[in-house]
Design a protein around this ligand. Sequence first.
Ligand code: B12
Length: 455
Amino acid sequence: MSAFLGMPSHRPLVILLYPKVDHEKDYVYFWMPFSLLTLAKPLLDEGLADVVLFDGNQANDAAWSDFLDEHLDRAVCIGVSIMTGGGQIGHALDLVRMAKERPGCPPVVFGGPHVNVLGEQTAAHELVDAVLVGPGQNSMPAFVTALTNNTAWEDVPGLISKRRGELVRGPVNPPRTGIMGQYPWHLLDIERYVRDDPTVAPRTLNYISSQGCVYKCQFCYELTYQRKYSAMAADGLVADIDDLARRFGLNGIKFYDADWFVNLKRAAAFCEGVIEGGLDIRWAASINPNDILKARRAGIPLLKLVAASGGSRLLMGVESGNDRVLRDVVKKEVTRAQILDVARDIAEHGVLGSYTFIVGFPGESDAEVDDTYGLIEELRAFDPTPETRVHLFAPYPGTPLYDDAVRAGFEPPSTLDCWSHFDYYDSQTPWTSDETVRRARAATQMRLRPQEVGT
Ligand code: B12
């Protein structure tokens, strides 16, 4: 019996928790937690559980306490999503502690980007009953089934758990993700996530249409997907965006895929679908410079289609203006000259380019950093004037440059508690000077209202 006739549901309840991310000062862009929507979808679609979702970016600790009063009795587990940095791990542990202090708290399972690279270390924490490494679309339904059927956790893909002081492991959870789109929007109060984004549109919502990336940037977490890329097909994506826009009165979509343009045929078909379907939206997405070069070689008029379908902003990780750093350190597979060429092309199509850079790579010389600032100057001469944002190199666990950073003297946190307050916006590497930090901040110029900073 469902809650449909006013009767209580007899399905088990899964609590999903997205702990708060501490933003930079005045950061405005927190968005719908797709990490959890993607987990909720198969649980609901397969009728395995009812789901309630708590977003710590929208509600405080007191609200979590009320939420536990209301739901904890019925819950079979609490699923928590964590990424490294932004203080999210600290907030996760605080909220889980509050739950664990209550009688009858069900198992707490952690997943998400941090777990995907530091699963064992996370599982070792006293407040963590299990972690599920890899895409949760695969593992969460199996975990909930094991809980409700009272069967062994060891069969759950990606599982790491403690038993009598030892870590127990499930089978490998492959990095390809599968199910995406038509998310259970009713779990969120969507209106609270709509943003007036000056680079997109007054009523903009975020969206994720793919997972994984095919490039090899040596600092990037996406390498954990082992270049296995999963994406929604263009027609389903257009339909889902159309449905969202109608339901919630949206006129902007900001795609937060790692690289929205990996599949160029899909990208082109999406643009055509938006044009043919007469969707009145503006949209923004991330792109790798190589995507534009590949589209040219394939004869796909990519930027023309982007502009014609309402694409207003392209976010591109440029990383460096120095060819040695691009080639040997980042493995960006593109030269400075090619970057200037594609950026000019973007501007000529009337699309806002938003370029991000990284300074402070291990072994990077001052002259190489100067090349990056020189490139920023050149890019800012284009019309429309691009946004530029300079990040400090941050060593992310699981990436090749993390190991280089450790060899160069970076001392990583060694426990989940130590990661709790790790903040990538402060310099974390001993070779990065205050002057490097100051210069990076000064070169960050975004097209936002005063005092706002976003991505
Ligand atoms: C949106 C976003 C944000 C938002 C916050 C989230 C929000 N809701 O508002 C904002 C913009 C605030 C943000 C901030 C930061 N972010 Co961010 N962010 C993203 C982004 C672009 C999308 C996240 C998303 O929805 N992904 C889609 C979902 C489906 O993927 P997922 O989260 O990985 O979830 C899957 C699995 O991990 C797993 N899973 C996730 N949770 C759980 C939970 C359970 C229980 C289980 C079983 C499984 C599971 O299953 C999911 C489905 O497959 C990702 C990049 C990306 N495209 O993923 C980066 C990313 C998550 N961010 C990252 C980082 C590091 C940050 C920062 C901490 C640092 C920075 N410089 O950007 C900042 C902090 C800001 C600050 N200090 O000011 C990294 C995390 C790397 C890591 N090792 O943890 C990512 C992966 C970007 C990257 N490639 O480096 N971020």
